[in-house]
Design a binder for this molecule. Structure first.
Ligand SMILES: Cc1cc2nc3c(=O)[nH]c(=O)nc-3n(C[C@H](O)[C@H](O)[C@H](O)COP(=O)(O)OP(=O)(O)OC[C@H]3O[C@@H](n4cnc5c(N)ncnc54)[C@H](O)[C@@H]3O)c2cc1C
Ligand SMILES: Cc1cc2nc3c(=O)[nH]c(=O)nc-3n(C[C@H](O)[C@H](O)[C@H](O)COP(=O)(O)O)c2cc1C
Length: 790
């Protein structure tokens, strides 16, 4: 085949040499606009895993890189006068120049034609090529030429960064944070050869401008950075090698994604590779890895399907199908890491103590979990766990028994006068199993079993403030004394038989009332077949467009009546002995439908701006707080994202949380969605936790994270990083009431108390799980031995 690679970066060169190494008969040319051995940039990093991959595909290249690279394991944080270091992270650093030199030399050795100092304007310049690789980098001209086919999606990010070098040598991947009068700067620092270190300085646009860096030339910018990081540089200079860039050389990262990766231009097939088709922020250091792995995958497909012109369409189709999945995964992780660095000044740097700041930074991509950190550096994590347990003991007033051996999930937490024994909460879950709103035997068993299951607190489902406030006829209520007494029986049982706390969530269904239980009639959210009651809402708008009941827009007197219903339910909840109250302002129910612009269309002082839309929910909150005992916590559940254009966004959620905080809320329970039937949520593990993180660290109020939190590792990571104070777990508790006991045993935490009647099971479970762990360890050792031929 005749192949032309436009652009001689890592992608173009590596693909060229891999294909030539597979079959010397291929006619391959790499065309590069720069001089040979001339390039921009300093060092790049990639992981040990990428090196293994390269070794499998072209051992000579991997061997030469191996001799030239710098390997290091540690990450070191310099923050607020503290230096914190953790190990086991495994990076390879190499000068970009060195890497390209190695790839160029190998290309020449194999017979790839290298053409330098030639700027290609179009793929049409190579009409006789079977395949054109557009490996022309982030500003790809070829991608631009066929933008209608490739459909690039390019997002420019707000932070500014400057890619510098220094002769000061560092023995760890180092992160430096410095605060100025205008905000925070950070430097990402890593040595890449015996004499040089990459030094990337980054800051938000507004901080950059406030320092006048938008007016500064390269010399002035370097002088500024040298002064800012003088304490660390200790007299060493910073250097640039981006003189080709005009102006200040401070860049904005651009995230590139393409819908289509290849194109037949009428004569030849053109395919995008490397930065031309996707970029990943340097916070995760993987742009070169992606470029290299693209080259490997395309070569693999030619090997498998056949490296002849006829097979090119099939090869390219498979290349995109396979690569785009891995790339998306990595881009998601890179996006999280990038956002962490973009938000660090406004969210974490001023709020988190250095130990927790380090933990948050290490887990910023959300791909590294608590147990993952243990595998990387057991000693550092043990020290962190001890620190966290001690902080928690100070916060809760509960003395630490064995701080050294307490995972974050199992540390106590105090809010007002209530201490939870650990960070797990059974999330409220509607059971639709009451008659006349009275919880009976079913609820005693359901909530009792979960209270025995090890969670710090059990939250009873949405309990309605009046008969017409119910979602379904089976919902529980708190509008009369019979209901209060029925709840008291359950609360007393939980208090007598367990050490769990018990909360109740009070709410009004609003536009989503008078419907079926999910298993009845035509299913959830649908009106009852008979016996519907009239609904009220912020506006006269049905939740379901097709056949939902249209509510009446509330009048001021409706509002006063409903507010007093909430107050009555609050008093009854206090009399029933609940430890904690949650006000339901989420999921499109009455208070939520006032907050969202999708459901609140009012023209009066209760509609329009967010402040107006919050007016009624805050009025109800204030009345409830007034009626709820001073020493007991009151949390608010909100939908932090409507997942519909024009609806509530996570930015709004921070503002909503600030308003409830100002009104006296103790915690925000961060759920999302269910406000509009048109929602398009992005599900995934812990998918709502970023909302809890933002609200906790930007609005400065404790949060409860919820949503697809399904293992101890998740809870540990969330709580340890300060993304939330507590974790609510719903569906896993339907599957297993003793979820917390089980998770404790799975991670080998034996200090978790069990109900005395169940102790025999604890020992057996722990023994069996320990045996499984040993067997799994033996099996993986055996596998490793087999792979090594031992
Ligand atoms: C500050 C910063 C730090 C980074 N750190 C890392 C890191 O630590 N680890 C990592 O893996 N990656 C890192 N990257 C990203 C990395 O540099 C790229 O992802 C990687 O180089 C992509 O390889 P590529 O071959 O696709 O593109 P490039 O390396 O950009 O190569 C494209 C080549 O095409 C040439 N070219 C462009 N247009 C034409 C044309 N019309 N005609 C002829 N030639 C042309 C260019 O001169 C260039 O040589 C970093 C990037 C930045 C900006
Ligand atoms: C059967 C069921 C009933 C629910 N009822 C309520 C409820 O009454 N109030 C509420 O705020 N959320 C309710 N939810 C939402 C859960 O509290 C929780 O936010 C959601 O299930 C996500 O958590 P998970 O991924 O751990 O299940 C319910 C969820 C389920 C599965």
């Amino acid at each position: 085949m005749k192949i032309v690679c436009i652009g001689g970066g890592p992608a173009g060169l590596y693909f060229a040499l891999l294909m030539k190494a597979q079959d010397a008969a291929h006619d391959i040319t790499v065309v590069e606009r720069n001089l040979p051995y001339d390039t921009f940039g300093w060092g790049v990093v990639f992981s040990d895993a990428t090196m293994d991959n390269m070794r499998a595909w072209d051992p000579p290249t991997a061997a030469t890189i191996r001799q030239a690279f710098n390997h290091w394991d540690d990450i070191e944080l310099h923050f607020k006068g503290r230096v914190i270091r953790s190990g086991g992270h495994g990076f390879v650093g190499i000068g970009r120049k060195k890497l390209l030199n190695i790839l160029q030399a190998r290309c020449e050795e194999l017979g790839v034609r290298l053409v330098f100092e030639r700027e290609v304007a179009s793929d049409a310049e190579y009409p006789d090529a079977d395949l054109v690789i557009a490996s022309d980098g982030i500003n790809s001209r070829i991608r631009g030429e066929h933008a209608d086919v490739f459909k690039p999606d390019i997002v420019t990010r707000p932070n500014r960064y400057l890619w510098l070098g220094t002769k000061k040598l560092y023995d760890a991947f180092t992160f430096l944070f410095e605060k100025t009068e205008h905000g925070w700067f950070q430097a990402h620092v890593y040595k890449f050869d015996e004499a040089t270190t990459t030094f990337i300085v980054e800051t938000p646009e507004h901080v950059w401008k406030a320092h006048g860096l938008d007016q500064a030339d390269q010399e002035q910018s370097i002088a500024f950075c040298e002064k800012l990081f003088a304490g660390n540089l200790q007299g060493e200079r910073l250097m640039t090698n981006a003189r080709h860039l005009r102006g200040s050389a401070w860049l904005n990262f651009q995230r590139v994604k393409c819908e289509q990766w290849s194109h037949f231009n009428g004569r030849n097939h053109v395919v995008l590779m490397g930065d031309a088709v996707h970029t990943a922020h340097f916070a995760i250091g993987s742009g070169t890895k992606l470029a290299i792995e693209d080259a490997i995958e395309l070569t693999r497909q030619f090997n498998e399907i056949g490296a002849i012109r006829e097979h090119i369409p099939a090869v390219l189709e498979r290349y995109q199908a396979l690569r785009s999945i891995d790339v998306l995964r990595l881009q998601n992780a890179a996006w999280n890491a990038m956002e962490w660095f973009e938000a660090v000044g406004q969210r974490y740097a001023d709020t988190l103590p250095p130990e927790q700041f380090m933990y948050s930074m290490l887990t910023r991509s959300q791909r590294i979990s608590h147990e993952n950190l243990r595998l990387r550096d057991k000693t550092w994590l043990a020290g962190f766990e001890r620190w966290f347990a001690e902080q928690s003991a100070l916060q809760s007033g509960v003395p630490v028994v064995a701080a050294a051996a307490t995972p974050p999930m199992f540390t106590p937490y105090k809010l007002r006068g209530v201490v939870l024994k650990n960070r797990v909460v059974v999330s409220p879950m509607a059971q639709y199993s009451c008659a006349d709103g009275i919880p009976g035997e079913y609820h005693l068993v359901h909530l009792g079993a979960r209270a025995m299951g090890g969670a710090g607190m059990v939250v009873a489902e949405m309990t309605c403030t009046a008969p017409d406030a119910r979602i379904t006829p089976g919902c529980p209520g708190l509008w009369n004394e019979a209901q209060r007494d029925a709840w008291k029986r359950i609360v007393d049982w939980v208090h007598r038989e367990t050490d769990a706390k018990v909360a109740i969530q009070i709410g009004h269904a609003g536009p989503k009332g008078s419907t079926n239980a999910p298993w009845q009639g035509s299913g959830a959210d649908r009106p009852l077949a008979a016996g519907n009651w009239p609904l009220v809402a912020a506006s006269a708008q049905a939740y379901l467009e097709d056949g939902g009941q249209v509510p009446r827009a509330m009048t001021r007197s409706d509002m006063s009546r409903v507010r007093e219903d909430f107050v009555r339910a609050t008093r009854l909840a206090a009399e029933a002995g609940f430890d904690w109250l949650e006000l339901h302002c989420a999921h499109g129910y009455l208070l939520s439908c006032f907050i969202s612009p999708l459901t609140n269309r009012r023209g009066d002082e209760y509609g329009g701006t967010l402040a107006n839309r919050l007016r009624y929910p805050l009025e109800v909150f204030a009345a409830v707080r007034e009626a709820w005992p001073e020493q007991l916590p009151l949390s608010v559940r909100i939908s932090a994202h409507d997942w519909v254009d024009g609806g509530i966004t996570p930015d709004d959620a921070v503002e909503i949380a600030r308003c409830f905080k100002a009104a006296g809320a103790d915690m925000i329970d961060c759920s999302s969605g269910q406000v509009s039937a048109k929602q398009q949520p992005t599900y995934g593990r812990m998918y709502q936790t970023p909302f809890a993180d933002r609200i906790r660290n930007e609005a400065g109020i404790p949060t409860l994270a919820v949503g697809a939190i399904s293992e101890a590792d998740h809870v540990n990571s969330i709580v340890a990083a300060g993304r939330a104070d507590l974790c609510a777990v719903a569906r896993p508790h339907l599957a297993n009431p003793a979820w917390t006991l089980m998770e404790a045993a799975k991670i080998g935490y034996q200090a978790q108390p069990w109900p005395k009647q169940y102790l025999a099971a604890k020992q057996q479970l722990e023994r069996n799980l320990e045996r499984e762990r040993v067997q799994a360890g033996m099996a993986s050792a055996e596998q490793a031995n087999r792979a090594l031929g031992v």
